[in-house]
Design a protein around this ligand. Structure first.
Ligand code: SF4
Length: 296
């Protein structure tokens, strides 16, 4: 990923508008918002040099709480719009942000094809295991039997093992962070943006208003950083998949898997080979009146 030069000494303030945050007290969105602004500042990416794409959800309310080029898309559709933008202008880092409801329900097909296509974007999953914006319904990641607003007797479906699912698609970058560890999440996001290819970042996030089963405190007790294990090798696909999927006891965080040097979707496009310009630079005004005449 090429990163545009900074316009000033970057700091978190460069990415912070005056719009006040409206998330509930204790919401994990605050931690993710802070880590994202820190990561952009530390990468010296100026606000005019990044595209931030938001899905629908409580996280999407971040779209006017952070500076940068921003696009707030439709529910479950953030990945294709981010991928399209990255293909049109591969020089600008593109970060797509979505919730677990949108991503693993409506948008799951988009996730599948983004991972297997290896689009050069970073995807941040706000994983609070519920549809929070619509007041606490179950998503595909909510544990079976959990009482939710639309499941007063408990959910009846088996939850999706999201990490194992992502690994089944042969990703090139998988990480997991926690909204309560801003320092670690900042480093994860910096590594994700720097990775060439599709970077999948699962962020465990507290939603104290609607999720009473995976609290900030319970995450604090269970998460550990794989960087603390000197024998952990993020290039070991099998171990990474097992480690990422094993969430029964402790939960592994950090850069869990990384495979560098894999061609991106753009790299594989034969018509783009050897072309130095981007698609957006090739846009021109053309008179198509003559072409249309034959349909008149
Ligand atoms: Fe955060 Fe949950 Fe409140 Fe939404 S409902 S702002 S996710 S705590």
């Amino acid at each position: 990923m090429s990163i545009p030069p900074p316009i000033s000494g970057s700091s978190v303030k460069d990415y912070t508008p005056s719009t006040p945050c409206t998330w509930c007290e204790g919401c994990g969105n605050y931690g993710i918002w802070t880590a994202l602004r820190r990561a952009l500042a530390e990468l010296c990416i100026p606000p005019h040099g990044v595209l931030l794409c938001f899905d629908i959800g409580c996280h999407g309310n971040m779209s006017d709480k952070i500076l940068g080029y921003r696009f707030h898309g439709l529910h479950g559709r953030v990945i294709p719009l981010a991928a399209g933008a990255a293909l049109a202008n591969p020089r600008v880092p593109v970060i797509a942000i979505g919730g677990d409801g949108a991503t693993f329900c409506e948008g799951i097909g988009h996730l599948v094809h983004a991972v297997r296509s290896n689009y050069d974007i970073t995807f941040i999953l706000h994983n609070n295991a519920d549809f929070a914006l619509t007041t606490g319904q179950a998503t595909a990641l909510t544990p079976k039997g959990q009482v939710m607003n639309t499941a007063p007797l408990g959910t009846v479906e088996e939850p999706l093992d999201s990490m194992d699912f992502v690994f089944s698609l042969r990703p090139t970058f998988v990480a997991r962070g926690f909204s309560g560890d801003i320092a670690q999440l900042t480093e994860i996001l910096k590594a994700a943006v720097a990775h060439r290819g599709f970077s999948y970042v699962d962020v465990l996030q507290a939603c104290p208003t609607y999720n009473k089963f995976a609290t900030h405190e319970s995450f604090l007790e269970r998460v550990y950083d794989v960087a603390g294990d000197q024998a952990y090798d993020p290039a070991d696909f099998g171990r990474a998949r097992r480690t990422a999927s094993d969430t029964g006891g402790r939960i592994a965080t950090g850069v869990l898997y990384r495979r560098a040097g894999v061609p991106t979707f753009y790299d594989e496009l034969a018509p783009r080979r050897g072309i130095e310009t981007t698609a957006v630079e090739e846009v021109s005004v053309r008179d198509i009146a003559g072409m249309l005449k034959k349909y008149a």
